[in-house]
Ligand binder design. Structure first.
Ligand code: PGA
Length: 247
């Protein structure tokens, strides 16, 4: 399966930086004859601005969240149809930063995933254990519950395994940990969705960089990466795309 590299810019990027980064990505990725799928998820405020530039470069546009409703009295929120209206194709849901800072529960994430799919977006649903759950040997149980609670019936999106202790720390999970958890997630997806569970892409996220990417991407059941820090510069993001399977 072709791999997919997703850049999560988080709350970074004023117009000038966003233009420069999108421009550099467009130029450098155009130089690759064949490549993995690439998705860039800037903050909401840059989506409309970057949409034409990224589209012309064959880079898909993603957002970092959406509301469960299509419209209504939800001050400050953005709905899935609003994202589609701007040319957005993917949406990250249930990122651990949103689960922690916005108190999102598995149920919240599931409702958002339903809304995203109904609007025609591909949801990228994040799961992952924290340090305490890991030290007490509960990593798989935690991720199992999250998958069960966060993925709606008929889920056709992507799952990102992002151990919380690895995000933004510079210390990615080990190859063995990633292999074990990806195999567990694949088995859970097949248990939940039958044959269709075999086609759901599984990403690893958490301190992916140009040094460790060549250990991570060849792992069985890893279909790509969700990347934070290293997605903020073309020179650290493009090597990740280069390392990913193009077919
Ligand atoms: P990181 O972030 O690559 O900076 O660890 C990953 C993420 O939070 O998606």
């Amino acid at each position: 399966m072709k791999q997919i590299i997703v850049g999560n810019w988080k709350m970074n990027g004023l117009s000038a930086d966003a233009d420069a980064l999108a421009g550099a990505l467009a130029t450098e990725l155009a130089a690759l004859p064949t490549r993995a799928d690439v998705v860039v998820c800037p903050p909401f405020t840059q989506l409309a601005r970057l949409a034409p530039k990224l589209k012309a470069a064959g880079i898909a546009l993603g957002a970092q969240d959406c509301h469960k409703d299509a419209s209504g009295a939800h001050t400050g929120d953005i709905s899935a149809p609003m994202l589609v209206d701007l040319g957005v194709q993917y949406v990250i849901l249930g990122h651990s930063e949103r689960r922690a800072e916005h108190h999102e529960l598995d149920e919240t994430v599931r409702e958002k995933a339903v809304a995203a799919m109904a609007a025609g977006l591909t949801p990228i649903v994040c799961v992952g254990e924290n340090d305490d759950q890991r030290s007490s040997g509960d990593s798989q149980a935690t991720v199992g519950w999250q998958l069960e609670g966060s993925l709606p019936q008929g889920f056709t999106g992507i799952v990102a395994y992002e151990p919380i202790w690895a995000i933004g720390t510079g210390q990615a999970a080990s190859q063995q940990d990633i292999a074990d958890m990806s195999a567990f997630i694949r088995a859970e997806l097949v248990r939940q969705f039958g044959e269709a569970g075999k086609t759901i892409r599984i990403l690893y996220g958490g301190s992916v960089n140009a040094r460790n990417v060549t250990d991570i991407l060849p792992v069985e059941h890893v279909d790509g990466a969700l990347v934070g820090n290293a997605s903020l510069k073309a020179e650290s993001f493009v090597p990740l795309v280069r390392a990913a399977r193009a077919s």
